[in-house]
Write a new protein. Structure first.
Length: 235
């Protein structure tokens, strides 16, 4: 049965869609996925459908399969059994307009990734998100700091890490840095696996490779079975 990874935060603009697409791409690519035969499925339950637009633009080069499904909780409830996939990454809306849809995917989650920005304004939506998640499921969740600007956000990163530690909130070791490449990727019909091979692109990609390793290596959810990710990270 597939492992379901849900990317959630009740606040918009924190990077849910960016992380879902890039993480699904990097994991699919590392597992040898091709557009014809991929062990990875991306699902969007966000009616705003930005993942759908991105996936459509990338088209044949998308290394994972994709489904937009924002209004059929009964179908979503069977996603895990129905799919011949090893990993399913689910992008969710930044609102509670359809709580039943979000609750349905959370009930199937093996783990939950909560992206936040390294700023104080992110803390209270994260707390609301955690409260909502914990009403629905006991699945493990972790905070992922996204859109960090090294140099400019150094203090913000430290303050955010300190806040997470003080709250006892588990978080990823990697913080995803801000790269214009990521913001441009959808318009450029790319995911992180199609970036060119220059230094900046390699650095931008390396954050998602590290994230992929952390997600697949999560205790209780399974060790990384495909060491190709580690190989990629070193290159
Ligand atoms: N690591 C990043 N580097 C650069 N831009 C980013 C990064 N993460 C997100 N963005 C940009 O921030 C905006 C919000 O991201 P998005 O993934 O759409 O958030 P959400 O799905 O939570 O609303 C988008 O314009 C996206 O391109
Ligand atoms: Mg989104």
């Amino acid at each position: 049965m597939a492992l379901v990874h849900v990317i959630a935060n009740l606040k918009g603009g924190v990077g849910k869609t960016t992380i879902t697409v890039q993480l699904a791409a990097v994991v699919a690519d590392a597992m040898g996925g091709t557009p014809e035969d991929s062990p990875v499925l991306g699902v969007s339950v966000d009616p705003q459908a930005s993942m759908f637009e991105w996936a459509t633009r990338v088209g044949d080069a998308l290394p994972f399969d994709f489904e937009q499904c924002d209004s059929d909780p009964a179908l979503l409830a069977r996603m895990k059994e129905h799919a011949p996939y090893e990993h399913i990454f689910v992008d969710t809306p930044g609102s509670l307009n359809a709580p039943e849809v979000l609750a349905t995917v959370l009930r199937q989650a093996d783990d939950i990734i909560i992206p936040i920005l390294p700023e104080v304004m992110s803390f209270s939506p994260a707390e609301q998100t955690i409260r909502f998640i914990e009403q629905i499921t006991g699945a493990p969740w972790r905070i992922l700091i996204n859109n960090w600007m090294p140099g400019r956000h150094e203090t913000d990163l430290e303050q955010t890490r300190a806040y997470l530690t003080a709250r006892g909130w588990p978080s990823f070791h990697v913080a995803i840095r801000n790269y214009r490449l990521h913001a441009r990727a959808s318009a450029e019909r790319m995911t992180v696996v199609n970036y060119s091979n220059n230094r900046v692109a390699r650095e931008a990609r390396s954050d998602f490779l590290r994230l992929g390793l952390e997600v697949l290596g999560r205790n209780g959810v399974g060790e990384p079975r495909h060491s190709h990710l580690a190989t990629l990270e070193e290159s």
